[in-house]
Ligand binder design. Structure first.
Ligand code: PEP
Length: 271
């Protein structure tokens, strides 16, 4: 599998300390076909000029992947899927394999999003299986981790995030880490309007990076991009991106409005 235009933009050549930001728009179970294509058209029009300095991905609902992929064309935006199943094919009613996603030119997939973990009930073991299957198929993975409010209040933030990270990356080789981005998304910040302070986000990002260094090596840890996610908007993005530890954002609600989303991408480029 080739990352095509993405590779050509230099993602494969990330240098320690010079990580290229990545902003993703997770549309969740929103839009209809016409609205998805219109949103994709608007995002292409608004982001095209910024793609030399930032990776931008959109994650539409499964049924609209093909139409959104057409709208994205060859402009350099990444087509992403919100989830994937680890089996290649067979009697798994309702599931979608990485081969099917690759057929639609999907390049990047979310795994372990908090809504998959806490609403659908995915555990660390399933998340890890999906991570490994996706990487083996050649997809780039955004591994999502994050603590609940109760876990934070109980002083377990680092413990929970490290456990999710270590479990999610089990069996993932050093080379494959080039295909991995981590999204730190505190559950209490997702869709609540309650963004983590840059200081709180950075504290966890440092722990994540240190854990990757322990699991792999310093170069790998320095190259892996760590996004923040949780109520990021065009108004608060610049403060978050001013932190060198924060390599972009995974955006839910604000990605449904092209202007808001472009404001976030612009903030990433200007940081
Ligand atoms: C998300 O879905 O990953 C997310 C961060 O959502 P929101 O931006 O709406 O908090």
């Amino acid at each position: 599998m080739t990352l095509g235009a993405w590779d050509a933009q230099g993602v494969g050549a990330v240098v320690v300390g010079e990580r290229r930001s990545i902003v993703g728009g997770n549309w969740k179970m929103n839009t209809d076909l016409a609205a998805a294509v219109e949103l994709a058209d608007n995002v292409v029009a608004g982001c095209q000029a910024l793609l030399s300095e930032c990776d931008v991905a959109v994650f539409p609902p499964f049924p609209y992947l093909q139409a959104v992929g057409r709208a994205l064309g060859n402009h350099g935006l990444l087509l992403g899927a919100q989830d994937v199943y680890h089996q290649p094919n067979g009697a798994y009613t309702g599931e979608v394999s990485s081969a099917m996603l690759l057929d639609l030119n999907v390049q990047i997939v979310l795994v372990g999003h908090s809504e998959r973990r806490h609403v659908i009930g995915e555990d660390n073991e399933l998340v890890n299986t999906k991570v490994r299957a996706s990487l083996e198929s050649g997809l780039h993975v955004i591994l999502c981790i994050g603590e609940t409010l109760e876990q934070r209040q109980a002083g377990r933030t680092n413990q929970v995030n490290v456990a999710q990270l270590v479990a999610g990356l089990q069996g993932v080789g050093t080379e494959q880490m080039r295909q991995v981005t981590v999204a730190y998304e505190p559950v209490w910040a997702i869709g609540t309007g309650q963004t983590a302070t840059p200081r709180d986000a950075v504290a966890v990002h440092r722990v994540v990076r240190r854990t990757i260094a322990d699991l792999y090596d310093e170069d790998t840890a320095g190259s892996v991009r760590i996004q923040y996610g949780g109520s990021v908007t065009a108004s608060n993005a610049a403060d978050l991106f001013a932190e060198p530890e924060i390599d972009g954002a995974l955006v839910g609600g604000a990605s449904l409005e092209a202007d808001q989303f472009m404001g976030i991408v612009r903030a990433a480029v200007e940081s």
